[in-house]
Design a binder for this molecule. Structure first.
Ligand code: GLU
Length: 453
């Protein structure tokens, strides 16, 4: 059974990078489900920071995940789990794995500089470990409250086989004992996350590579709490086309993408493969991506997110969307035949309305043609009037006109398209003409058959 979790802090809206992480965790759990071994995807709201966490962000996170179809099997909130953290913290305190410290930020900064000056790694010197109970009592009496650090075990290197980065090795002596609790009693991210991962039976922690050094410390926290660490995998950071995480990309939220006409299927298809050398395939839905997901295929090089590519994938996705999926988004009266005719020309679903307007009219009058083209259009009207009106009407019309006018290629097709749609490009006329209808088509050809001058 695979258990994954997506653990955003509700201090802002989800951006493309978070969504990629959420998607990959969802895919991993889904892969377990589809393979028959079972899989659960948890949403864990990391809201220990009461000041910065906001309820509207929690709701936006849920809505964005729902929009993408990444529905969690359960939702947990850290702010409701403080009792558990307190109990586990007490266990660590009893076994001496957390200890009280009093240094201010300025003091720590100074210590760091001194150590660097001496050519030593700028890690915390553990001076507070030397404090006696009498020292602590004196500080408490003076109104001072401690913050707490986790005591790293320096005896053995920290190693793990990372699902993406391969063998990882950290020397704990080169790391500072991480602060896990502030002087006001509030929790920093590290320890509650480990406590939750244990309590929720998380088997796979998949997150950004900015967490690699946290993982080194957290690996020891799992052990200190008597648990086996989960499998870890750290994804390369997402960068924009300019090569770094631009402000724009860092803040590109789902609402903005929705408004730009991006469909969830397109984001899933692109982000599902982003960071691998596998091609993006707009035909793959989430389950197909889940089946083929292989962390070993994710590279360590930064994953490049290209908004233009997202729009291209979106167009390809829209071209495949069945009528039932889009019916409620189309102008009223636009049926399945019209959707099938028009969708190959869309970059996003919203553009369907423009083409439906082309079908139903009224159209802006096209520029008046020269005398010869006007005569050709008059001939087209006459030919069309004498034809059977069925699904093959366009082909029959152009076949007849080829013979009757001697025109071919662009000279044949373009004036007809302009007269019938007031555009130079667009959906296949064979599909469009039956939708336009006999009366309207004849009226448009007659109207266009008036020469300039
Ligand atoms: N709340 C943390 C973050 O957003 C969670 C990291 C994790 O997945 O453990 O960075």
């Amino acid at each position: 059974m695979i258990v994954t979790r997506f653990a955003p802090s509700p201090t802002g809206l989800l951006h493309v990078g978070n969504i990629r992480t959420a998607l990959h965790n969802w895919l991993l759990a889904r892969q377990g489900q589809l393979a028959g071994g079972g899989g659960r995807f948890l949403l864990r709201i990391d809201d220990t920071d009461a000041e910065r966490s906001r309820e509207d962000y929690v709701e936006a996170i849920r809505a964005d995940l729902a929009w993408l179809g990444l529905v969690p099997d359960a939702e947990e909130r850290q702010s409701r789990r403080f009792d558990l953290y307190e109990r586990e913290f007490a266990r660590l305190a009893a076994s001496g794995r957390v200890y009280r410290c009093y240094e201010t930020a300025q003091e720590l900064d100074l210590k760091r500089k001194v150590r660097l000056g001496r050519g030593l790694p700028p890690v915390y010197d553990r001076a507070a470990l030397a404090l006696t109970e009498a020292d602590h009592a004196a500080r408490a009496a003076a109104g001072e409250r401690p913050h707490w650090r986790f005591l790293l075990d320096h005896d053995a290197p920290i190693i793990w086989e990372d699902g993406i980065r391969g063998a990882q090795r950290f020397d704990p002596a080169q790391m500072s004992d991480p602060v896990v609790r502030r002087a006001d009693g509030s929790w920093l991210y590290m320890l509650p996350s480990v406590i939750d991962d244990i309590a929720m039976g998380v088997t796979d922690v998949l997150r950004g590579e900015d967490h690699v050094s946290n993982t080194a410390a957290q690996a020891q926290m799992f052990a200190a709490l008597g648990a086996t660490p989960p499998r870890f995998a750290h994804e390369a950071l997402l960068v924009g086309t300019e090569g770094k995480l631009s402000k724009r990309l860092g803040s590109l939220g789902m609402a903005e993408l929705r408004e730009a006409g991006i469909e969830p299927e397109a984001l899933v298809a692109l982000l599902g493969r982003l960071g691998t050398s596998d091609p993006v395939d707009p035909a793959l839905d989430a389950d197909a991506l889940a089946t083929t997901l292989d962390l070993a295929r994710f590279g360590r090089a930064p994953a490049r997110f290209d908004e233009a590519e997202l729009h291209r994938v979106n167009a390809a996705v829209v071209h495949r969307l069945p009528f039932a999926r889009v019916a409620h988004l189309l102008p009223s009266g636009m049926g399945e035949g019209a959707w099938d005719a028009i969708r190959p020309n869309l970059g996003h679903i919203g553009e369907a309305a423009q083409w439906w307007q082309v079908v139903t009219g009224p159209l802006a009058p096209p520029p008046a043609p020269d005398a010869e083209t006007a005569a050709f259009l008059a001939l087209a009207a006459e030919t069309l009037a004498g034809q059977a009106w069925d699904d093959g009407v366009w082909q029959a019309l152009v076949d007849a006109l080829k013979t009757r006018s001697g025109r071919k290629g662009k000279a044949l097709f373009l004036p007809l398209r302009q007269a019938l749609t007031a555009r130079d490009h667009g959906p296949d006329m064979a599909a469009l003409l039956p939708l336009i209808g006999r009366e309207t088509a004849l009226a448009r050809l007659h109207a266009a058959a008036v020469a300039a001058g």
